[in-house]
Design a protein around this ligand. Structure first.
Ligand code: 13P
Length: 251
């Protein structure tokens, strides 16, 4: 049985005041759910505050990126031990925005996934095709390649603990959500390629869908067999919308 994971990705939004405001409002309404994990990926500057406010709850925090070295002359970067020290649980790796704007490659994604496990952080590894790639019928090929590269060299236990987020780039921030059938088909492609390379660990990997997930489309996506949760961008900025998505995933 895979536990559902609903992860919010705030991207470069919220400051100290609005992040704390979100946490206060969210905590007033949130009720622990036995079969579901909830996590928020906040900007680095807000992670410690969220960690403190979530203490004593079952809520998790995530970073949106990290470097693959422990320390060094890498101006502007944050390392896995820095995140681990403040109690961060998950780290998003290889988001398409980082691949597109910050030169993230399949190789750095793989290095980061390995480094995350060294420090007991769970990587949420993102993959997904562009609209042009889909129009050329390349989506399966692209996503298989990204996933195989990202997981290369991980132990079966690490693969089993990993989280994969299928985020078609054409659905991110566009309001154009993938149909449940398209999302399921791609998540199944991902699970199948993981089985080919890593055997039964494929049964335990959590595969999330991301891309314009909203309260009104979350349930039909989460109902699909190979979709184990959601990576939510815009709708995670509002505590009520985010809670509605969590509730939709519970039912
Ligand atoms: P939206 O939910 O805003 O489309 O963003 C998806 C995403 O990129 C989450 O990582």
């Amino acid at each position: 049985m895979r536990r559902t994971l609903i992860a919010g990705n705030w991207k470069m939004h919220k400051n100290s005041e609005t992040a704390r405001g979100f946490a206060r409002d969210f905590l007033k309404l949130y009720q622990t759910t036995p079969d579901l994990d909830v996590c928020i990926a906040a900007p680095f500057t807000e992670l410690l505050a969220l960690e403190e406010m979530f203490r004593g709850t079952d809520l998790f925090t995530a970073a949106q990126n990290m470097h693959f070295e422990d320390q060094g002359a890498f101006t502007g970067e944050i390392s896995a031990p820095m995140l681990a020290e403040i109690g961060v649980d998950f780290v998003i790796v290889g988001h398409s925005e980082r691949r597109a704007y910050f030169a993230e490659t399949d190789e750095t994604v793989n290095k980061k996934a390995k480094k995350a496990f060294e420090w007991n952080l769970t990587p949420i590894i993102c993959c997904g095709e562009t609209l042009a790639q889909r129009e050329q019928g390349l989506e399966r090929h692209i996503v298989r390649h990204q996933v195989v590269m990202a997981l290369a060299g991980l132990t079966p236990e690490q693969v089993a603990k990993s989280v994969i987020a299928y985020e078609p780039i054409w659905a991110i921030g566009t309001g154009k959500v993938a149909t449940p059938e398209v999302a399921e088909e791609m998540c199944r492609v991902i699970r199948t390629v993981i089985r080919t390379h890593h055997g039964d660990a494929a049964d335990d990997v959590r595969i999330l869908y991301g891309g314009s997930v909203k309260p009104d489309n979350a349930k039909e996506l989460m109902d699909m067999e190979d979709i184990d949760g959601a990576l939510v961008g815009g709708a995670s900025l509002d505590p009520v919308d985010f809670l509605d998505i969590i509730h939709a995933a519970e039912n």
